[in-house]
Ligand binder design. Structure first.
Ligand code: ADP
Ligand code: MG
Length: 689
């Protein structure tokens, strides 16, 4: 058959080969290995599902009040009602009088005595044997039945090709050294066990995925990942990038000029990370470094130093940020620092007029632009760099892995790579860094610039809005400025705008004598810039904003922030937002206003945020709630890397897999290839980013 057919529901779920089916592991199990008489079922079935069977003696469709089917079955001693509120004609037929049914469900009191509502039903013969293994329940997309998946999996497990695809690669000796009390089954045995665990299996360990059979599979997956990360690491060292050593003529360098012009001294932490980065830049293979530092820790100046170093060597440097406002902040700051040194800076964003855009593109392409600042436009628009030596990517988790690969392609050469510096205020917990980013070097700024005051965070009911506003008034009367943040309303940008406009109008009325400004995502870039500039110049005292100011905005005199509907924000968002205040010398305050009713989760979140100001601790909480994908932007890569591993639960396995990966790479090159192919296939590419 060569005609193209529409994909079956199984194929749509990606279950298109024996191997794919074998790796489609159950999410839980049902115990159908035990059969009770109806009498026993009735007395045990109030505390959990039970299985029994009997002959159908009556099948009625009633209307009271809704259409429903009541089926009565009986065995030697007892009868039982089965109630179906939804049913198909095929089920009516299956459960006709005279059929023999095996049913599984909870027992409850019905109108006419004991009943099961929507039990699982199978037509059987009185002597149909019971299964000897637990019945797997699989993850399934809507409209695909467990029966279909179970059949397909059972068939796949018998497929001779699995012997090869699931062959045991791991050398016995290696495993014995790593795991002295190794009780892990071989891979194929582990997979079979997980699909068809015997009746006496430790179901709790199976559910919690801590059973040795699970461990075996998780280890395989992590091993593949660690191997490919390590290979990416080695591969990067074979690539060519321009080497940027410390400038020879130190005094007249751009770098020295920048350092001299700065109105402050670098902190110890900034000096340390700058020397780590400087060291990377001096190598002739591309840097791939993440600069982590809490909001306000001063990452920008470190990026500027790296850019200066590249420019000192006659190369271009680019800075890319995820939002227009943030990119613009960088642009203004870099202009302030670099223009007096005679550097030619280009600005590129999607909202530029056609002519300005073309001019920017030309200067980037010809190389007259030495420093290029912009948004996604740097990779989306038709840009090719004359001589890009360094790409700085701010708030890297906002970009997808693909986009980070993309910037490399803009360099225009397959044999020549630029150095990459990623920056993030969202700390990445160690377990994550080890698994997702083994090929990423990490520098941490763990010290805030001197003179910063801690931010005190308050949690206030929305019903006390008037009090908050009068507090705001006395704040402004002291000559200080403030932010008023309106929440993101994901369902509706219009609604979001509307609430922001309402708050703006209300606050304008409530605070005569002060200028209130409004900034939101719908404004044009130059309008936004005008509002931000006026706020920075203190022509605006209170800035009402949607979350467009989430990252990077820097106005030291604004030390109060009110966040409306704080319960709708996530940990990281609030932490980043409040990092906008606490940058000047005034005591800083962040007021989290919430509307009731408050969910347990939101309550806990606000409380944590009130008590904890350490971004690292907050990120850990965030990780346990949201999972790694969102934190890293891995979701945007389209494929979660790890299917069976939970980074928190299985952290110890990661270290084991790392050791095994080292040993395999050193001594068993042939195994490495087969292992990678089996587990990652095309996904391995993402690990290079
Ligand atoms: P972030 O790490 O959040 O990007 P920024 O780079 O925007 O932080 O820096 C926050 C503020 O701190 C800026 O106003 C910056 O000029 C200032 N700053 C940075 N480094 C120092 C320092 N060593 N001493 C004093 N102020 C600093
Ligand atoms: Mg920043």
């Amino acid at each position: 058959m060569t005609t193209k057919q529409a994909p079956t529901p199984l194929q749509k779920m990606g279950l298109d080969s024996p191997m794919a089916l074998a790796l489609h592991l159950p999410s839980r199990y049902e115990d159908e290995t035990e059969l009770l008489t109806i009498e026993e079922a009735v007395s045990h079935g109030r505390y959990g599902a039970v299985q029994t069977q009997g002959l159908v003696v009556r099948n009625q469709v009633l209307f009271r009040p809704r259409r429903q089917m009541i089926v009565t079955i009986e065995d030697q001693a007892e009868t039982l009602q089965l109630r179906f509120l939804n049913f198909y004609p095929s089920q009516q037929k299956q459960m006709a009088v005279g059929a023999h049914l095996r049913v599984r469900g909870d027992i409850r009191d019905g109108f006419q005595g004991n009943e099961m509502v929507h039990p699982t039903v199978r037509a059987v013969f009185p002597d149909t044997p019971l299964p000897t293994s637990l019945t797997p329940v699989y993850p399934a997309s809507a409209g695909i039945s467990q029966t279909i998946i179970r059949k397909a999996v059972t068939q796949a497990l018998r497929d001779p090709s699995l012997k090869e695809s699931l062959a045991e690669f791991l050398p016995k000796k290696l495993m014995a050294q790593l795991l002295p009390s190794n009780d892990w089954p071989h891979l194929q045995a582990a997979i079979t066990y997980l699909h068809q665990p015997p009746a006496d299996a430790n179901t709790q360990a199976l559910l919690e995925r801590t059973h040795p059979a699970w461990r075996r599979v998780q280890f395989e997956e992590l091993l593949a990942q660690q191997i490919s990360l390590k290979r990416a690491h080695a591969l990067r060292r074979e690539r060519n990038a321009p080497s940027f050593g410390k400038p020879d003529q130190k005094e007249s360098s751009i770098e020295a000029g920048l350092l001299k012009a700065l109105p402050f001294k670098l902190t110890g932490a900034q000096n340390r990370v700058w020397s780590e980065i400087g060291d990377d830049l001096s190598h002739s293979f591309p840097m791939n470094r993440l600069l982590q530092g809490d909001v306000g820790s001063g990452k920008t100046v470190v990026a500027a130093l790296a850019a200066a170093r590249a420019m000192d060597h006659g190369y271009q440097a680019a800075v890319m940020a995820p939002t227009e406002i943030l990119a613009e902040q960088h642009y203004l700051k870099m202009k302030e620092w670099f223009e007096p040194l005679g550097i030619n800076i280009a600005w590129l964003s999607g909202s530029l007029k056609a002519k300005a855009k073309r001019l920017a593109q030309e200067s980037i392409e010809s190389g007259t632009a030495q420093l290029i600042i912009g948004t996604h436009a740097l990779i989306q628009e038709n840009v090719s760099f004359a001589k890009l030596g360094l790409a700085v990517i701010d708030e890297q988790h906002r970009f997808g892995v693909r986009q980070r690969l993309e910037i490399q392609q803009r360099v225009g050469s397959e044999t020549f790579y630029c150095h990459q510096l990623m920056m993030s205020a969202t700390p990445i917990p160690r377990t994550l860094a080890m698994t997702y980013y083994a090929d990423l070097d990490v520098s941490v700024i763990d010290e805030l610039p001197p003179g910063r005051k801690p931010i005190s965070t308050k949690v206030v009911k929305a019903s006390r809005r008037d009090e908050v506003i009068s507090g705001l008034q006395s704040w402004l009367e002291k000559g200080l400025q403030a932010y008023w943040v309106c929440p993101l309303i994901e369902e509706s940008e219009v609604l979001q705008l509307q609430t922001a406009v309402e708050s703006f109008e209300q606050l304008t009325l409530a605070l005569p004598g002060f200028k209130v400004g409004l900034v939101h995502g719908r404004l044009k870039a130059d309008e936004k810039a005008a509002v931000m500039a006026a706020f920075k110049a203190n022509q605006i005292q209170l800035l009402v904003a949607t979350t467009v100011i989430e990252v990077g905005v820097d106005v030291p005199n604004a030390a109060l922030m009110v966040i409306e509907h704080a319960e709708r924000f996530g940990y990281a968002q609030i932490h980043q937002l409040r990092g906008r205040v606490g940058r000047g010398s005034a005591d800083s305050v962040c007021i989290l206003m919430y509307a009731e009713p408050l969910s347990m989760a939101a309550k806990e979140r606000l409380q944590t945020l009130r008590e904890i100001s350490d971004g690292f601790v907050i990120a850990e909480r965030d990780l346990s709630l949201r999972g790694p994908g969102e934190l890293l932007g891995a979701k945007q890569s389209g494929d979660a890397m790890l299917r069976f591993v939970d980074l928190q639960r299985d952290a110890w396995l990661i270290e084991l897999a790392q050791q095994a990966a080292d040993r395999l790479l050193a001594d068993h090159g042939d195994i490495v290839e087969r292992h990678l192919e089996r587990w990652l296939g095309s996904r391995a590419e993402f690990l290079k980013a």
